[in-house]
Write a protein that binds this ligand. Structure first.
Ligand SMILES: Cc1cc2nc3c(=O)[nH]c(=O)nc-3n(C[C@H](O)[C@H](O)[C@H](O)COP(=O)(O)OP(=O)(O)OC[C@H]3O[C@@H](n4cnc5c(N)ncnc54)[C@H](O)[C@@H]3O)c2cc1C
Length: 421
């Protein structure tokens, strides 16, 4: 099994070291339904308080984490197999969308590995989703997985550890199928309500060992509900080395299938936990090596989305950041690309109680800007807020900056004689 997708007792308490996000723990399916009801009330409240509001949800509140890990493992194994095939065709390390496997060579490789005979794989590569170019890219490959898993014979692929063939779905049985159905149903209920109420639904990104599944389930929902406008927003964490590949891959899928690409771009809230887990369990750290690399990644992903907005108008982004440089970068690129604030294709978001010195001027200048408000029982929300205040290293620095700015403003008003205007 892939190390990253093994259960590890030391990390059972997933809120350890996480200051910027709320953590849900699975009890049973009834509790997941209860969370869904809470999310529905939140959608209603958002619709009542503003014209074009957002509601954010977490999939670990709606599904069993064990299912999310197992589904993630399957998706990642399938993707790795694609990259293994790409390496055999001399395309190792290429950008995801530039990697195109030649079908004939691929069929030969699959037959040599014992994964599928040429006659069998012939059928895989004739479906309506296949490109006519005689090549297969990652999106074609993923669509193969969708249809292939419906076939009865278990699909065998080489293990990344031993090279031996093993069933792709060995840990994905009837229970997981059922879990998948249930979580998609819950998402469906939430998306329908959001659509009815004119609220956009953002699905938060969580730990990297859940994220492939979370993102895939979100894309499934986007396919259904983002046909006319972006109702569902997926979240991409730019501290991940894979962030650009994830953004470009999903964006290309949205182009091919003709739906709106709604996205929230964040830095990522689980860095310390991710690094510790990777070090302890002995797999590659999924996080960019430095803060600068994360910033570069953020700007690269954002630029890609902004260019798509200019090109097709079928993308929307929430720049969810407290980083002044990122906000300035966004404003500059919007101006250069001719994206006007009133287009409402780009909006900004900060956590409640943080960085009002960014939020308010943006709002005053006419940019759509939102505060992310944690909600829930007081005993759960208060520790979340105080933990963040205590643990966020940049927090005191920012609070000091905010205090300095407030003093400056008080002095300015005193000198101008209009303190209360
Ligand atoms: C509206 C909103 C929604 C959010 N939703 C989500 C969500 O769905 N999922 C989620 O995970 N988070 C979410 N977050 C939290 C977000 O990911 C960040 O944790 C938070 O915004 C702080 O990062 P920043 O870019 O805003 O600020 P910055 O001041 O730029 O802080 C970035 C922090 O990242 C650290 N950092 C990042 N990468 C590296 C690296 N490679 N090496 C060293 N340090 C690094 C730095 O230490 C710094 O403390 C959300 C935040 C907001 C405002």
């Amino acid at each position: 099994r892939e190390k990253q997708y093994r259960a590890q007792q030391g990390f059972g308490d997933r809120h350890g070291g996480v200051t910027g996000a709320h953590t849900y723990f699975y009890a049973d399916e009834a509790k997941c339904d209860q969370h869904m009801e809470t999310f529905l009330r939140c959608i209603d409240a958002s619709s009542g308080s503003s014209e074009d509001g957002f509601s954010a949800i977490k999939l670990t509140a709606l599904a069993r984490p064990q299912f999310l890990v197992r589904f993630s493992e399957v998706l990642v194994k399938w993707r790795r197999f694609f990259h293994q095939m790409a390496a055999e065709q001399g395309q190792a390390g290429q950008a995801v969308l530039d990697t195109k496997l030649e079908v004939e060579k691929l069929q030969e490789a699959l037959a040599n590995l014992g994964v599928a005979s040429k006659a069998e794989s012939q059928q895989w590569f004739t479906g309506e989703n296949m490109s006519t170019s005689g090549t297969v890219d990652l999106l074609d490959w993923n669509s193969l997985f969708d249809s292939r898993t419906k076939l009865s014979r278990p699909l065998l692929i080489p293990s990344s550890m031993t090279g031996q063939l093993e069933p792709l779905l060995s840990r994905f049985g009837e229970e997981e199928e059922l879990q998948m159905e249930r979580v998609l149903q819950r998402l469906d209920v939430l998306a329908k309500r959001a659509m009815e109420k004119g609220v956009r639904l953002m699905v938060d990104a969580e730990q990297s060992y859940f994220q492939p599944a979370i993102s895939r389930l979100t894309v499934e929902t986007q396919r259904r509900f983002n046909r006319g406008q972006p109702v569902i927003y997926n979240t991409y964490q730019c501290y991940l080395k894979e962030a650009f590949n994830n953004v470009t891959g999903d964006m290309e899928l949205s182009r091919r299938e003709g739906w709106h690409f709604g996205t929230k771009l964040v830095c990522g809230a689980y860095m310390e936990q991710e690094r510790e887990r990777a070090a302890q369990m002995g797999y590659e750290d999924p996080i960019n090596p430095t803060y600068e690399k994360t910033n570069e990644m953020y700007h690269r992903c954002l630029d890609y989305v902004l260019e798509e907005i200019t090109r097709s108008r079928k993308a929307s982004v929430m720049v969810a950041s407290h980083n002044e440089d990122t906000v300035k970068f966004t404003l500059r690129r919007m101006m250069e690309l001719g994206i006007h604030p009133s287009d409402k294709k780009v909006c900004f978001g900060q956590l409640l109680g943080m960085c009002d010195q960014i939020t308010f001027p943006l709002g005053q200048a006419g940019f759509p800007v939102y505060k992310y408000v944690p909600y829930g029982p007081v005993n759960e929300v208060l520790p979340y807020l105080s933990r963040r205040a205590q643990e966020n290293r940049g927090f005191m620095q920012r609070a000091n900056r905010e205090r300095d700015l407030l003093w400056k403003e008080v002095k300015r008003r005193l000198l101008a004689g209009n303190l209360f205007s």
